[in-house]
Design a binder for this molecule. Structure first.
Ligand code: ADP
Ligand code: MG
Ligand code: MG
Length: 208
């Protein structure tokens, strides 16, 4: 089943509007508690750059839009910039260029998560974006055969949200939050929360 016409377009747009209208700033506050506080700026500048390149080049297909998002992140500092950059690059390449099928998106998400793990060496439980991404990719894989795409993407986003919530109870084993030990317990990981928002945006892009 191919995702709805304009899925890539709406996914990119919802990402920009959600993060640029305050969500990135909220997540930056979390990074201030357990890291160096730049997460909000990192994600905002990545998406501003993506928006500028979309405005300038007007990419017309799924791959073009997701590639603009990927490049926005790849040009950004912090640990999350390159990791999200590579994540979106794998997703950009999951189809022949047009809107992916649900199966292609699932394979793309699984590949993207593997890439983040290859570079970042984080496992589930290390209090990173991986805590949201791994359950999301597994959920989508399990739902590909025979599930309506709107349902499948909502349940995928739900798995990411639950995974992100689970990071609050953890002490970090990767990233700057690992430098502060017990201080990070009780604080949500901003990268995991951002990953959950990315997948919520995908669900919204399919259902509207
Ligand atoms: P920095 O710590 O370099 O300032 P950012 O603030 O841009 O990085 O991003 C912090 C987020 O990056 C964390 O909330 C976490 O989710 C994610 N992160 C950090 N290290 C890793 C890693 N090794 N693997 C996956 N994600 C990571
Ligand atoms: Mg930071
Ligand atoms: Mg930093």
């Amino acid at each position: 089943i191919t995702l709805a016409d304009g899925f890539g377009h709406r996914w990119a747009e919802i990402l920009m509007s959600t993060f640029l209208q305050g969500r990135a700033e909220d997540l930056g506050r979390l990074d201030r508690l357990t890291g160096d506080g730049d997460f909000g700026n990192n994600i905002t500048s990545a998406l501003r750059r993506a928006q500028q390149s979309i405005d300038a080049q007007e990419p017309q297909d799924y791959r073009g839009r997701l590639t603009a998002v990927s490049r926005g992140f790849l040009g950004t500092g912090g640990t999350s910039g390159p990791l999200f950059g590579m994540f979106f690059r794998d997703l950009a390449h999951c189809s022949d260029g047009g809107e992916p099928t649900l199966g292609e998106l699932s394979d793309g998400l699984t590949a993207a998560v593997a890439t983040v793990q290859r570079y970042g060496k984080a496992e589930v439980g290390h209090k990173t974006m991986i805590d949201a991404l791994v359950p999301a990719a597994r959920t989508l894989e399990s739902l590909v055969p025979g599930t309506d795409p709107v349902q499948a993407l909502h349940r995928t986003a739900q798995a990411a949200i639950e995974g992100a919530r689970s990071t609050a109870d953890l002490v970090a084993k990767r990233g700057r939050a690992s430098y502060v030990g017990e201080v990070a317990r009780g604080v949500l990981d901003p990268g995991a929360a951002a990953a959950a928002i990315v997948l919520q945006a995908a669900a919204a892009a399919q259902s509207t």
